[in-house]
Design a protein around this ligand. Structure first.
Ligand code: TYC
Length: 106
């Protein structure tokens, strides 16, 4: 019998089935950094508008940055974290403030 689906000997298909992809994509933490010049209420506004914090959480985070030098603003996929950093930094620059955000892998 000569059949193209008849796999034997050196023609036997040896590929194993594709392994299911179980890993979640890595997450990135956006950090806000302290400086001596950005007004506190501007930082609170950025945390509220860009990082979806309420007034109380934004104020606590701003004070943590002010006293400790930096604080986390949220965990995101790479692309979202990159966009948040870019938006925060350019918004601050547009308003003449040196406020900076950065990101690190979780
Ligand atoms: N240190 C600033 C001040 O005294 C306030 C500030 C807080 C600046 C948080 C940046 O990410 C920041 N005006």
């Amino acid at each position: 019998m000569s059949n193209e689906h008849d796999w034997h000997g050196e023609h036997q298909l040896t590929m194993s089935p594709a392994k299911p992809e179980l890993k979640q994509p890595p997450k990135y933490r956006v950090l806000m950094l302290n400086d001596d010049y950005t007004p506190m209420d501007f930082v609170v506004e950025v945390l509220e508008s860009l990082f979806n914090m309420g007034r109380e959480g934004a104020t606590k985070t701003m004070l943590q940055v002010h006293t400790e030098g930096k604080a986390p603003c949220g965990l995101f996929t790479f692309e979202i974290a990159e966009a948040k950093v870019e938006q925060a930094n350019s918004y601050a620059q547009h308003h003449g403030h040196p406020l900076q955000c950065t990101m690190e892998q979780e």
